[in-house]
Every structure is written in structure tokens, then in C-alpha cells.
Design a protein around this ligand. Structure first.
Ligand SMILES: C[S@@+](CC[C@H](N)C(=O)[O-])C[C@H]1O[C@@H](n2cnc3c(N)ncnc32)[C@H](O)[C@@H]1O
Length: 396
């Protein structure tokens, strides 16, 4: 079968046509499949909601069908996916209630073993138009392995790191696709790179091959290549394939690749660390008492009104960039204001102000730091900084 596009590095290959036909022809066996198939939501006509006419239309490919037709379609493409998946491979399929139950039933019927049903909670979902039901804020991802008996790959430790040190659960809070991901074009159902970033890192190793039978704007391929995996995509639309080629060309520039890789790995809901310099004796005293204090009302503006403070969960204490130790705060995003006298009663000798911001932590349980950034960077080492947790324990 002739490809529609092959990138110079041969790591991004696209086929144009119907998935069912293309899947029969693909000779390559892959390690993982991510599929974002039609959910069959589009009705092609308008509905009156709260007195207004609304059109629900993603495209002809997404037109609603009978349950029987949906089941037949899902069974067909999933059985072909099974043929091209390696014996220890896994498959991810996204959906809403319109298609996901059919997908899960087909997977089990075909002999796959369901591993998880992930709930993707879209943290910035728009309110549902109709007032007849609750807001729709979620989509689902079925993750299954090919064989009941053959073990699959799962990078549990990495997911724990990304999750700020605790075991990652099956509800993922990830915002919808952002404007920086749609600079080069638009797809009506484009998935966020941040979602694929997590899926790919959790279930594949560097150098492995990922196939997406409904590749659309190529989100899976872009995330795969940025993470050092190979990609094969199929779509029946030239328009969407051309859009994904533009996205691939963009990341052929090393600077662009770095920028997008960074944005994709950022979690806007990530836990934050307050980085505080203190002289050695004071640092040790803070650890002993489990209290970190900072002057309230810095003339340069307070760190407490910096966006992200509500996600503050850790304190990192250091002296001139050395002897760093990271501690978990007792309560996320909470602080107290103490006067000078209260700190003195605790044995401290604060000098410079009448009021202090006090953060409580357990000084007996330091958290392991995986990488230490240069804490002397920036103009003023002594200014308190708010940093994402991944700067210290996430992946780099
Ligand atoms: C839900 S979208 C995928 C969006 C994609 N995940 C992204 O981030 O852009 C489904 C895609 O499948 C394509 N499609 C639908 N039915 C198809 C079929 N039978 N064969 C090939 N492509 C198909 C559509 O053109 C559409 O781009």
C-alpha cells in the first residue's frame, strides 16, 4: 500500500483511506494503538435548546447510526487492530456513552483484557446547553491488552512522579485542547497533546511504534515523535492529513519541538513548590519545628498572590543553593499570618517585619529530589519563588 506521506526521518507515516481497508494492508506490527474513532454524535440537523436552535455537526464521518451499525463498525476495525498489535501490545480507545460501551463489548468479545477505564475530566469544559441534565465534562478511555495471559508494559513509577509522588488514579484532570495547539489549522474533535503525552509515556517505551487508525489532525503522531516513538496514522480526509503534515513539519525545527514538548508536559493543575532560601541555622530550626516563614508584604509584591499559590503543596528549603530539602505541606494552598511575637514564642528571632506568612510541614519526612535546578539562577537568590513540582521530582 502506498503511503500518503512519509517524513524525512521515516518516523511519521500517513495512509489515506478507509481504516478498515488500510488496516488490512499495513504490514507493520505495532506496540500500541491509540484510536479516537467516530463517536457518532452528529445529527446533521438543528435542535431547539432553551429557545435557541443549535447545530451539532462534526462531519459526515460522525453521523449518528443505529446501535447495530455502530457495533458492526467497531467490531470490524477492532478485529483488524488485533491483527496488527504485537502479542504484548495494548490498545487505547476514546469515547463517550454513544460509542464506548460498544467498544468495550467488542474488545472483550475479541479476546482483549480490559485494564482500565480512564475518566478524562475536561477541567475547562463549557456548560452543557440543555438544562435537562447535568453538565457533560468527561470522556472515557478504554485501555486493554491483547492477551489475557501475556503481560503488558506500564510505567507506574513515571506516572507516580507525574502525579506528584502518589499513585496515579483513573480520573485524569486535563484541560481541553489549547489555542497553541491549533495555530496551524483546526479539526472539530482534536485531542489535547497533554492527554496523548500521558497515554504514550504510561504504555510505551522509546523507539516503539504507535498506530492511530483515525488520526485526524495527527495529535497522536506529534506526541509520539516528540517522545521518541514512531507513528503510523490513517485518515480518510485529505484536509485532516494535510493539517497533520503541517504539524509534523513544525516540529522538524528543533526549537519548535522543544517549545511544544515543554508545553505538552506542563500540567496547568500541577502542584507547586515554594522555594525558600534561609541561612543554615535558621533552615535547620525551620525543619526542626516544621515551620517555614516568610515576610508578609514584600515591597516587590507577595508570592501569595502569584497564580498557582492555590496549588502550593511543597516547600523546598536551601542555603545559597545548597543542602536542598523538599517537604510536603500539611495542607495544600493554606497558610497562616503570624505576628513577630508568635514566632518568637516558637524560638525564632525574626528581624525584619511585624507580620509573617507561616507554612506548616512535617520536617521528619523529606521527599526525594530527582533533579535539582540551579537555585542561584535569577537576579535575587533570596526572593521566594514558586516552582512546579516537576522541576524537582517530575520527568525531564
Ligand atoms: C475523532 S476524529 C480523530 C481526531 C484526532 N484524535 C485528533 O486529535 O485530531 C476521527 C477521525 O477519523 C476519521 N475517520 C472517520 N471514519 C473513518 C474511516 N472509516 N476511515 C478512516 N478515517 C476515518 C475522520 O476523518 C476524523 O478525522
Amino acid at each position: 500500500m502506498k503511503s500518503y506521506y512519509q517524513s524525512i526521518d521515516q518516523k511519521f507515516i500517513l495512509y489515506h483511506g478507509d481504516s478498515v481497508e488500510c488496516l488490512k494492508e499495513i504490514g507493520t506490527k505495532c506496540d500500541m494503538i491509540f484510536a479516537d474513532p467516530p463517536y457518532f454524535l452528529s445529527r446533521g440537523y438543528s435542535s431547539r435548546i432553551n429557545g435557541e436552535w443549535k447545530q451539532f455537526e462534526k462531519g459526515e464521518w460522525d453521523r449518528t447510526r443505529s446501535i447495530k451499525d455502530i457495533n458492526t463498525f467497531n467490531y470490524k476495525w477492532l478485529s483488524l487492530c488485533r491483527n496488527i498489535l504485537k502479542e504484548d501490545g495494548t490498545i487505547w480507545v476514546s469515547g463517550t456513552y454513544h460509542n464506548i460501551f460498544s467498544v468495550a463489548t467488542c474488545l472483550v468479545t475479541l479476546g482483549f483484557k480490559v485494564l482500565n477505564i480512564i475518566v478524562w475530566h475536561k477541567t475547562d469544559a463549557k456548560p452543557t446547553l440543555s438544562k435537562n441534565y447535568f453538565n457533560f465534562t468527561t470522556e472515557y478511555l478504554v485501555w486493554a491488552r491483547k492477551n489475557e495471559k501475556i503481560p503488558h508494559y506500564f510505567n507506574c513509577d513515571l506516572m507516580q512522579q507525574i502525579n506528584g509522588g502518589s499513585r496515579m488514579g483513573d480520573v485524569w484532570n486535563i484541560p481541553f485542547v489549547s489555542s497553541w495547539e491549533m495555530k496551524l489549522g483546526k479539526h472539530p474533535t482534536q485531542k489535547p497533546l497533554r492527554l496523548l503525552y500521558r497515554i504514550i509515556l504510561s504504555s510505551t517505551r522509546k523507539g516503539e511504534t504507535i498506530i492511530d487508525p483515525f488520526s485526524g489532525s495527527g495529535t497522536t503522531g506529534i506526541a509520539a515523535n516528540l517522545l521518541g516513538r514512531k507513528f503510523i496514522g490513517i485518515d480518510q480526509s485529505n484536509e485532516f492529513l494535510n493539517y497533520s503534515i503541517k504539524r509534523k513539519k513544525e516540529i522538524e525545527d528543533a526549537n519548535n519541538a522543544e517549545i511544544i514538548r515543554k508545553k505538552m508536559s506542563e500540567n496547568p493543575l500541577e502542584l507547586m513548590v515554594i522555594v525558600n532560601h534561609a541561612r543554615k541555622d535558621l533552615r535547620l530550626q525551620m525543619i526542626d519545628k516544621g515551620i517555614c516563614y516568610l515576610r508578609a508584604g514584600d515591597s516587590n509584591g507577595s508570592v501569595l498572590i502569584t497564580p498557582g499559590f492555590e496549588r502550593l503543596q511543597y516547600v523546598l528549603l536551601h542555603t545559597n543553593g545548597n543542602d536542598c530539602q523538599l517537604f510536603k505541606l500539611r495542607t495544600k494552598g493554606k497558610f497562616q499570618i503570624w505576628n513577630k511575637e508568635s514566632l518568637e514564642k516558637c524560638g525564632f528571632q525574626p528581624q525584619n517585619a511585624s507580620y509573617y506568612i507561616v507554612l506548616h510541614f512535617d520536617g521528619t519526612k523529606p521527599v526525594t529530589i530527582k533533579h535539582k535546578p540551579n537555585l542561584l539562577q535569577g537576579l535575587n537568590t533570596y526572593r521566594v519563588k514558586l516552582k512546579p513540582l516537576s522541576d524537582f521530582i517530575g520527568i525531564k
